[in-house]
Write a protein that binds this ligand. Structure first.
Ligand code: UDX
Length: 456
């Protein structure tokens, strides 16, 4: 049991958290903030004005805007705001130009530490690699939050090797071949990571890996039993402390949604039989073209299963929302919202499966609720997560040959009735639950993290 004096003694120590300003990165960082706050630390969130978090949902945090405080700066006006391009260009921008302005803000915060309490450390998204040299110059320990899986980092760390071996030059006839060095993967998975503009993305990746190694520790949104072999590799190749905490288990609902969550479907969902509804969402970033959108819609209708579909405005390129679908097209079985309280939907008894793009948050949220998946990865870590889910953990059906209505309908029917997949998903949920009990791995990892931060 935590000693009360110990926890209240920490309240005067501050931790600075700096998330990358995108939904899949903000959610785990603010959950980490809530966890550290619950353990007695004071929390300051450094955030950009672009995608700024709703401060009113976190009255216990202090917020400080950094990096893009001048709205007239022409360099910001040119950056795209939607989709993967927005994420990549902003990330590149921050890494290239962010150091001086972050240093200035940190100096001010450090100077106020007599009044506001000493600062223990800075925790930033691992992708914001520029923050390591800033932290070093101020003698401030920096930990990183890595928002994807350990498996993903292991593969990312091998990209220079895979590049040397020629994988990125292979043509279309090789896409279905196995990657010799990682038998779980096919060549197309490696290509889908999206190292298109090779030099640029390789520079960013190399810097991320280097500055992660230079940091004081890595915090993962995961748990030991999920990725045990990869944990061994990470501990060998990144010889700094690693802490694995499954955040969704600590927070059953999101408090850091950038879009408004629609809850109007709950009366309908509450009336659906156990495990009968397919929940569909492809995360906060990816976009599809009109043809693919229609295949998805037709596949859903043809499956004759009930579904709840979160269609984010901007999801369909060139469309504002659902205007491509004739009125009533989705039928009586389907409900569509712009943005759902995803974790609550996954935890609902009526939810039988999740058709996902396998962003890591979605993947882990599904695992934490024991919900089987249909995997439709597009980009980045998603193809790696999808292979891990469908072939290593075997809790998902991989839809790996594009969006075709017959294949979609078949995959949906299969995942809804496959009792073996459902049972494996249930066992995995049991493992994460056990890991959180007093002697469990996740419980201990969180305790070690608190001790570690308290000691630096
Ligand atoms: C991006 C990358 O695509 C992903 O691969 C990487 O791991 C993190 O950044 P994103 O598209 O945002 O992720 O997907 P994901 O990681 O799954 O995060 C989406 C978050 O939004 C989840 O926490 C999910 O619960 C939430 N969400 C999604 C909602 O709250 N409501 C919705 O309707 C859809």
């Amino acid at each position: 049991m935590e000693n009360q004096t110990e926890s209240s003694g920490r309240r005067c120590r501050r931790i600075l958290l700096f998330p990358l300003p995108f939904q899949g990165h903000i959610n785990p960082m603010l959950q980490l903030g809530d966890l550290l706050y619950s353990k007695g630390f004071s929390i300051t969130i450094l955030h950009t004005n672009f995608n700024a978090p709703a401060t009113s949902n976190h009255p216990h945090f202090t917020f400080k805007s950094v990096l893009d405080n001048d709205p007239q700066d022409p360099r910001f006006l040119e950056l795209p705001s939607q989709g993967i391009a927005a994420a990549m260009s902003r990330l590149r921008f921050f890494n290239q130009f962010g150091a001086d302005s972050l240093r200035l803000e940190l100096e001010l915060l450090l100077a106020s530490s007599e009044k506001d309490g000493p600062i223990s450390c800075l925790i930033t998204d691992a992708l914001c690699h520029f923050t390591q040299s800033v932290a070093d110059s101020l003698h401030l320990p920096r930990l990183v939050l890595r928002t994807s899986s350990l498996f993903c980092l292991v593969i990312y760390a091998s990209i220079p090797l895979l590049d040397d071996r020629g994988y990125f030059k292979l043509g279309d006839t090789h896409l279905e071949e196995q990657v010799e060095e990682f038998s779980l993967l096919k060549v197309k998975d490696i290509l889908k990571i999206g190292i298109k503009n090779k030099e640029d993305s390789m520079v960013m990746l190399t810097a991320m890996l280097k500055q992660t190694k230079a940091s004081s520790g890595i915090i993962w949104n995961s748990f030991k039993e999920l990725e045990e072999p990869e944990l061994k590799t990470v501990l060998r190749d990144f010889p700094i402390p690693s802490f694995l905490v499954p955040f969704p288990k600590h927070f059953p609902a999101s408090s850091s949604s950038l879009l408004e969550q629609d809850r109007t479907f709950f009366p309908w969902l509450n009336n659906q039989p156990l495990n009968s509804v397919l929940y569909v969402s492809f995360g906060s970033m990816i976009q599809v073209d009109e043809k693919d959108f229609l295949e998805i819609a037709n596949g859903l209708v043809d499956s004759k299963q009930s579904f709840l579909w979160a269609v984010r405005p901007g999801f369909v390129k060139g469309s504002s929302w659902l205007e491509l679908l004739p009125d009533g097209f989705l039928g009586e079985r389907g409900r569509v919202v712009k943005w759902a309280p995803q974790q609550e939907v996954l935890a609902h008894d009526a939810t039988g499966a999740f058709w996902t793009h396998n962003g890591w948050n979605s993947t882990l949220e599904s695992i934490c609720e024991g919900v089987p998946m249909i995997c439709s990865p597009i980009w980045g870590d998603q193809p790696l997560n999808a292979r891990y889910v469908s072939e290593a953990l075997r809790v998902g059906v991989h839809l790996e040959y594009g969006w075709q209505r017959e294949k979609i309908a078949n995959a949906i029917r299969r995942v809804m009735v496959d009792e073996d997949i459902r049972e494996r998903a249930r066992v995995l949920k049991e493992k994460v639950d056990v890991s959180l009990t007093n002697s469990g791995s996740s419980y201990q990892s969180l305790e070690s993290l608190i001790d570690y931060i308290s000691s630096i």
